[in-house]
Design a binder for this molecule. Structure first.
Ligand code: G1P
Ligand code: ZN
Length: 543
């Protein structure tokens, strides 16, 4: 079979963001774009000769065609073996698990997560290392350096492989093993949560709706929830992955999972609602008439994880990304365990998990996970919730009310201003940054600034430093506003404004979050001059 060395030139804009490289699908399909990036991943990680790689994606448009290219390139670069999810499917957490289970050298996950899919929408590719986690910043920097000097990529001239045919296949000297994407993941879940207990919960009439949002979790949820745990058929909705996610936006939040939200607030709402995103790493949790913020979900899971077999001995510690609310900090303190604050993005949790410093971690953006894999894990979070619901016999609202009573409630919201002109967004951040030093002690709209800085992180495990990770302003009275620019967008800039207000008065734990957060929102908008600077008066998405 002819191996081709294709001459190419560096392509601009191949710098990986918060979670790999994300671009418009049309950009990924331009001549050499994907090939250049894949070769840069191979080169930047020291070559793939003799290595085993795990490959799979969320099934979005271009998933299968891209996998065929990656396989031919892995072959030409002398990889020993590729383990591929059947039909090219692997959820992000399942891929992370497979890398660890097979002791693979790494993996390529094809996904743009919660971004829409299709020829006119988004595509993405990320590299995960042998620990199953996203490449560290040091590694993504190396990959990026390679993209800037690349002159050649290697590819085998071969026919497409049938990605649906389970078992071992050969491409020249490289073995391609096509595996069931669900089986190993489902086995892992049984070692963590109490399946018999949850099965009993469903047998006793507990009702649930899981919205897979036409994305990759569909097959996982059908197998685990309906087939293994006995939830009635129909518990999982939108369970068939489709290349354009049913023309939807596979982001599990109250805006994009509106059908589920409406159902959970209707008269005949099930006991429990949940949703997951494009690649299955995010989760949304809703009780009957009760939406749980991801920050609160992390706190709740931290407080009750010991009820599940996988965490019987307690937690080593927890971690949250900086903009995530400080609810989990309060629970961790009461448990006497460490709580780490990291920059946004799952890659910063990897070292802490590997070093055994933390067991659970999470982000405000609907990501929760544990040391069972090195990615956030949507279905795992749902199963842990089910385990806790089964053990306590309480409803979601009761559990949340108890949590707030014990630790106070961190009212929380995130405002996203999308598609903002990049220069304007950058200027706004620059001006705010320039003000920070003199802010402490000043009063804005009745709130006094207690501290203001730009978050920087010193990794306690490898000593690496990450700067410029978001501007945070805390106010007297336990309020906080954080500004960041998104690192996953594909068009213009997205400004994220994160708002938080702690309330410990037990008479004020059931207020409307919007009302509670008005003061801190107004102060943040005044301080940043966001409206005048960007011309945007209202956010596109509020979660
Ligand atoms: C967003 C989220 C972040 C998450 C990432 C990948 O990144 O805010 O928490 O890790 O997606 O799912 P951002 O666009 O803010 O850089
Ligand atoms: Zn995702």
């Amino acid at each position: 079979m002819p191996m081709q060395n294709v001459r190419t030139t560096p392509i601009e804009g191949q710098k990986p963001g918060t979670s790999g490289l994300r671009k418009k699908t049309a950009v990924f399909r331009r001549p050499h774009f994907l090939e250049n990036y894949v070769q840069s991943i191979f080169d930047g990680t020291g070559g793939v000769e003799g290595k085993t790689l795990v490959i799979g994606g969320d099934g979005r448009f271009f998933n299968d065609a891209a996998i065929q290219i990656i396989l031919r390139m892995a072959c030409a670069n002398s990889a020993a073996k590729c383990v591929v999810g059947q039909g090219g499917l692997l959820s992000t957490p399942a891929a992370s698990h497979l890398i660890r289970l097979r002791k693979a050298d790494g993996g390529l996950i094809l996904s743009a997560s919660h971004n829409p899919g299709g020829p006119d929408a988004d595509f993405g590719l990320k590299y995960n290392g042998p620990n199953g986690g996203p490449a560290t910043e040091a590694l993504t920097d190396k990959i990026y350096e390679c993209t800037k000097t690349l002159v050649l990529y290697k590819i085998a001239a071969a026919e497409d492989l049938d990605l649906h045919k389970l078992g071992s296949h050969k491409l020249e000297n490289m073995v391609i093993e096509i595996v069931d994407p669900v089986a190993d993941y489902a086995d892992l879940m049984q070692t963590i949560v109490d399946f018999p207990k949850i099965r009993q919960l469903f047998a006793d009439g507990f009702t649930m709706c899981f919205d897979a949002m036409h994305a990759v979790t569909g097959p996982y949820a059908h197998t685990v929830l309906e087939d293994m745990l006995g939830a009635p058929k129909g518990t999982v909705i939108n369970g068939q992955p489709s290349p354009d996610f049913g023309k939807g936006h596979p982001d599990p939040n109250p805006i994009w999972a509106k059908t589920l939200m409406d159902k959970m607030h209707s008269a005949d709402a099930p006991d429990f609602g949940a949703a997951s995103d494009g690649d299955g790493d995010r989760n949304m949790i809703v009780g009957r008439g009760a939406y749980v913020t991801p920050s609160d979900s992390l706190a709740l899971l931290t407080a009750h994880a010991h009820l599940a077999p996988g965490y019987r001995d307690g937690l080593a510690g927890v971690a949250r990304s900086m903009p995530t609310s400080r609810a989990v900090d309060r629970v961790a303190e009461s448990l006497g365990i460490g709580c780490f604050e990291t920059p946004t993005g799952w890659k910063f949790f990897g070292n802490l998990l590997d070093a055994g410093k933390v067991t659970l971690c999470g982000e405000e953006s609907a990501g929760t996970g544990s040391d069972h894999v090195r990615e956030k894990d949507g279905l795992w979070a749902v199963l842990l919730w089910l385990n806790i619901l089964a053990e306590t016999g309480k409803s979601v609202s009761e559990l949340m009310a108890d949590l707030w009573k014990a630790h106070g409630r961190c009212y929380y919201s995130r405002l996203d201003f999308e598609g903002v002109d990049s220069d304007k967004a950058m200027t706004m951040m620059d001006r705010l940054r320039a003000k920070l030093d003199g802010l402490a002690g000043s009063t804005i709209g009745g709130l006094t600034v207690a501290a203001a800085d730009e978050f920087a992180y010193l990794d306690p495990v490898d000593g690496s430093q990450s700067t410029g990770q978001g501007i945070r302003i805390t106010f007297a009275g336990d309020a906080r506003a954080v500004f960041r620019l998104s690192g996953t967008g594909t068009q213009g800039a997205t400004i994220r404004l994160y708002l938080e207000q702690l309330e410990t008065n037990t008479d004020r734990l059931q207020e409307a979050p919007d009302a509670v957060l008005t003061a801190v929102r107004d102060a943040a908008l005044t301080l940043s001059d966001l409206v005048a600077m960007t011309g945007r008066s209202t956010p596109d998405v509020i979660t």
